[in-house]
Design a protein around this ligand. Sequence first.
Ligand code: AMP
Length: 211
Amino acid sequence: MRLVLLGAPGSGKGTQAEKLSELLNIPTISTGAIIREHINGKTELGLKATGFIAEGQLVPDELIIDIVKDRLSKDDCKDGFILDGFPRTIPQAEAAEKLGLGIDKVLDIFVADEAIIDRLSGRRECRMCRTPFHTIYNPPAIPGVCDKCGGELIRRADDEPETIKKRLVVYHNETEPLEDFYRKRGILTVVEGRKKIEDTSRDVRVALGLE
Ligand code: AMP
């Protein structure tokens, strides 16, 4: 399956992507995670992206498209992939079509803005393996420690409340138009993302015809 996950920041895309990735045995490609690795490694791309991320803005399309092209050319993507955080603009979606990525399904996880702010302020991720957690809704067994690898759990710099508000504005302006883009192509499915993680996971599997 070649799947795109759409949804506001904090809608649960990363969490659902991880579950689907295990179930389908295909990789999740998170453009946000790749950019954060570049920022940590202080690469040229990382240096270019830092200011945009810190401001809650999108990184320019041409940088992102190169990242995705490079990552999808790797061997582990040949039987399918899950795109978490790409495309995020209409030009990116058009570029994906030009590249012939052959997206077969687009799943939109819908969560209203009020719930997003509450969710993102409790969000944590593992510094080492990037597994997502939430202090209330998806807590680790030991506070501050990753269940999977024992790494330290941290809060992302762009999950500060002021940046969250900016990211939501960007989402509504730049990314939401993709719903219509993919609806017109007959490959969009929407699930309600405000339920418990396991319930949303079941809705996701049903929506994708996996259950
Ligand atoms: P995420 O982890 O998906 O929430 O992404 C974190 C940040 O990375 C976003 O707020 C953007 O600044 C940047 N980013 C990730 N994916 C994209 C994309 N497809 N296009 C532009 N910027 C992106």
